[in-house]
Design a protein around this ligand. Sequence first.
Ligand code: G3I
Length: 305
Amino acid sequence: ATTLAGAANISGRYFGVAVAAGRLSDSTYTGIIGREFDSVTAENEMKLDATEPNQNQFTFTNADRIVNLALQQGKKVRGHTLAWHSQQPGWMARMEGSALRQAMLNHVTRVATYYRGKIHSWDVVNEAFADGSSGARRDSNLQRTGNDWIEAAFRAARAADPGAKLCYNDYNTDNWSHAKTQAVYRMVQDFKARGVPIDCVGFQAHFNSGNPVPSNYHTTLQNFANLGVDVQITELDIEGSGTSQAEQYRGVTQACLAVSRCTGITVWGVRDTDSWRSYGTPLLFDGSGNKKAAYHAVLETLNAA
Ligand code: G3I
């Protein structure tokens, strides 16, 4: 196949991209999206501050621009994200306790209900674990409402959209030996044992020299899949350039292809100049929209599946 999505489809997988509503008037940008990808994630437009700027006043205008474009083109949509400590609207960031718990569950219910039937996979909860060696939950206003806030969010999401796959999504969970990876694994294991509705785990996969692609990446993905969940690479970008970057992209793609329950890969932006990173060249297309060595490595690897 000659496109990322076409090549991913050979093995029944999708290949997605994060899309920013503010760039949709750029025809080079939309041209690449239309041609290469079969899944999109809104980079910011479905987050809590975007969709519920004032309590109980929901706005979906920008998110809908992305969702409608994707669905018109027959693409899947990954929902990102229903509950997160970051990018909360001011009113929510100032809340605590049972009022916050209630507001969070209302948000999950209202947004997942609005998009019912349109979302392939939801990042129900994002980044709830701490970095470092503790293996603890991240401190946040949501965490302080009680340790069961994550499972409460998953149950509310299942009730609102029973057809969507429900994912837990995090970063720095790629290396199997890291405490954060182990902690997320134990949570998923516990959820499966107790019947908490979880279907998938998202690995953000933001790689750089401080957090390189680990040699045990395939092991990590396979161990999670063995718990009975799908795994998805949800926000891939890799610092660097040239052959070295291309080979790291190849390794990540191979790790996913080696795990039957790794159902798709999403890159976190189209061109290097679209990246959330303020420096560097972490994506598959250069600033002019040309395919990079990393692109060719991913395409070739998918085609060999
Ligand atoms: O749109 C406003 C604009 O109106 C305002 O004038 C300007 C001034 O700061 O900010 C603009 O919003 C920015 C927004 O991106 C849109 O460009 C925010 O400041 C900025 O914080 C925000 O950054 C986003 C970041 O999440 C926030 O946490 C990035 O675009 C987005 O790529 C990034 O994505 C996250 C995932 O959601 C979760 N995993 C990590 C990943 C990378 O950080």
